[in-house]
Write a protein that binds this ligand. Structure first.
Ligand code: FDA
Length: 283
């Protein structure tokens, strides 16, 4: 039985996550599909050195792929490299990812790689590049707050990489990352221009109205296949507006008992979310 603090926080976190179980995320996925949204499903959990747990996460993704196939969900999955073994051994990670990719290919589903904090960037991109030739249905997330990303994007675009562009959720050191919001935003814009010029089948993953408007403008000048991607529980109004305008919108829906770290990140992004927490405590 979770303690009082956990139960109160869960009351707030619930808007961002589907629940604890695989069945919860399938239900949330159907709900999102009913709102004309594609979905990206993610089993929470990261940075695990425990081989037993890594195997459980891998098996869970196989079950998730089966479930979305059998239950007619319009969606894909996204995995965190460090939950599949990257924190232990890059080869373990690659072999688990290959198992997932094989199943995803049988089920004709796309797989995304989440991008975690900077100690994992190089190894994630290396594995991505190595696997891409044999697995074209694999995409990777890139973070606009990292100084290296422009170069990474250039490289990936020449290899036909499929990119989900985000601002970046992890606190990083000034030596490798932009810290000022305005600089991160202008870098995002620059990277987005590169995607519309030289990429295809990419995702503009942000809730930032200005950047979304810029993407809409760029999409009129460049005939590219892309979607807008947003997190569960954030800017539902904007998701609805964009789908009604004919844009493809995808909702990223996480689930699992490891919801605490994920929710902390969402709290950090917006002070008003802390107020929600206080209100849920004070009733
Ligand atoms: P920004 O934070 O500037 O927010 C813009 C506006 O969106 C705000 O003004 C507010 O209206 C709304 N908003 C944003 N966050 C909110 C919140 N928590 N609650 C309420 N409103 C909020 N990161 C990463 O490092 N690796 C990854 O793999 C991914 N994957 C990923 C997938 C998808 C589909 C999305 C949308 C995001 C990610 N992220 C991510 C997270 C990303 O890096 C970033 O932390 C968040 O998207 C918040 O940044 P915005 O681009 O929305 O801009």
């Amino acid at each position: 039985m979770p303690g009082l603090a956990e139960r109160l926080l869960y009351r707030v976190a619930k808007r961002w996550i589907a629940g604890y179980q695989l069945e919860d995320v399938v239900k949330a996925a159907h709900d999102a599909n009913g709102r004309k949204l594609h979905v990206i499903l993610n089993r929470l959990g990261e940075h695990t050195p425990d081989r037993g747990l890594i195997e459980e996460y891998t098996q869970e993704y196989l079950r998730l792929l089966d479930a979305i196939n059998d239950q007619g969900v319009d969606g894909t999955i996204s995995v965190k490299p460090s939950q599949l073994g990257l924190a232990v051994d890059p080869l373990l990670f690659k072999s688990n990812l290959e198992k997932i990719l094989d199943r995803a290919e049988q089920r004709k589903r796309f797989v995304w790689l989440d991008m975690e904090n900077s100690p994992y960037t190089e190894a994630t991109l290396r594995a991505y590049t190595e696997l891409l030739a044999d697995h074209p249905g694999l995409g990777v997330c890139l973070q606009a707050n990292l100084k290296r990303t422009q170069k990474d994007l250039q490289n990936l675009l020449t290899n036909g990489g499929k990119i989900r562009l985000v601002k970046g959720a992890y606190p990083e050191d000034l030596s490798i990352a932009y810290k000022k919001r305005s600089i991160i935003d202008s870098n995002y814009k620059r990277l987005m221009e590169m995607l519309f010029k030289a990429g295809d089948n990419f995702a503009i993953a942000t809730h930032d109205t200005k950047l979304i408007e810029e993407a809409q403008r760029l999409s009129k000048e460049n005939n590219k296949s892309f979607d807008f991607a947003m997190l569960k529980g954030i800017r539902d109004d904007l998701k609805e507006k964009l789908t009604s305008q004919g844009y493809q919108v995808t909702e990223y829906i996480p689930y699992g008992p490891e919801w605490y770290n994920y929710s902390k990140r969402r709290m950090r992004e917006r002070k008003r979310n802390i107020l929600l927490l206080v209100r849920s405590i004070t009733g």
